[in-house]
Design a protein around this ligand. Structure first.
Ligand code: ZN
Length: 86
């Protein structure tokens, strides 16, 4: 069934364009390249297998797994500061 105002296939063309846009956006938001050969936090080697598995990875396993702790410490410091202001 034709849409009446658009030729047959126009809707499919629009869908194809949307998919292409989504793919482009996804590629742009993804880390590019093979990542860093050395951890940006501790300077340690990042194994090639890890870089292949996680394109654009910039931290070693140790720093990656420890990332939650500095974040929690930040929240704790903020909490202390707030209580000092009261
Ligand atoms: Zn590290």
């Amino acid at each position: 069934m034709a849409g009446g105002w658009a030729r047959d296939g126009a809707v499919q063309d629009q869908i194809d364009d949307s998919v292409a846009d989504a793919v482009s956006a996804a590629r742009a938001s993804m880390p590019s390249g093979t990542g860093e050969p050395f951890c940006t936090l501790c300077g340690g080697d990042i194994p090639e297998g890890r870089r292949r598995a996680l394109p654009g990875v910039r931290t070693c396993v140790t720093c990656q797994s420890g990332r939650d702790r500095p974040l929690a410490a930040t929240f704790n410091r903020r909490g202390s500061k707030d209580s000092q202001l009261r």
